[in-house]
Design a protein around this ligand. Sequence first.
Ligand code: FPP
Length: 260
Amino acid sequence: MIFRSAKAAPRAVEAGVGANTPGGGGAAGGVPRHVAIIMDGNGRWAKGKGLPRAAGHKQGAEAARKVLRAAGEAGVECLTLYAFSSENWRRSAEEVGDLMGLLRFYLRSEIEALHKEGVRLRIIGDYKAFAPDIVKLIEQGLQRTAGNRRMTLAIALNYGGQAELVRAAQRLASRAAAGEIGPGDIDEAAIAAELDTAGLPPLDLLIRTSGEYRLSNFLLWQVAYAELLFVDTLWPDFGADELRAALAAYGARERRFGGR
Ligand code: FPP
């Protein structure tokens, strides 16, 4: 059981190509439609308890489950989690192996629960670089949950914001070279439609845990008009209460999208 009760009925997920451009986000006092989280601090959490880093990641994955449930209950339409960046391959083989093990475990054990709760899985990032069995589990999960509309869980896997923009530019260049589009057709909506996040609601709120103040190559295009929230809590200690506090902080902000 992922959700207890939905306090606000989530709206249908948009398929519009301009969905990453500003204007559609939550107004002051509202619930953000799209929340993204840089889940940082697993290693420090483990170190503080004298545990191996893998224990921090395991607890971090549990935190992700709790936060997904709380986000669904609050009426958030889309939750995007930074689970593995394109730079994370630089960690030790042991740590990468632990993260892959967790990924396998959760893909095997959670897809059916997500499906039952009406959650659609999306992956952003170049997930095809993972081991073939993980790619297969991901694709089965995408297929199984594709028709769900209650909420979207987007997991960033082998994701980097610059690489995402490069892939989008390459696709547009191919279409231009084929004579399908001209330079003037490349506008904000055309770029947004080629990003991995195409069709997701505009990003309203980006949270980073563990007291670090960086974007770390996450959602560089999509963050344009998002509210940013940096909290000191280490990710494994971030749960439903912390998510609700973050949503309340968002609700108290005034968003102007460059206007007055
Ligand atoms: C940062 O903590 C977190 C990550 C590297 C990724 C987040 C991973 C999870 C929440 C576990 C679930 C992941 C998968 C792939 C199923 P850190 O190790 O950078 O912490 P530190 O800065 O304290 O060392």
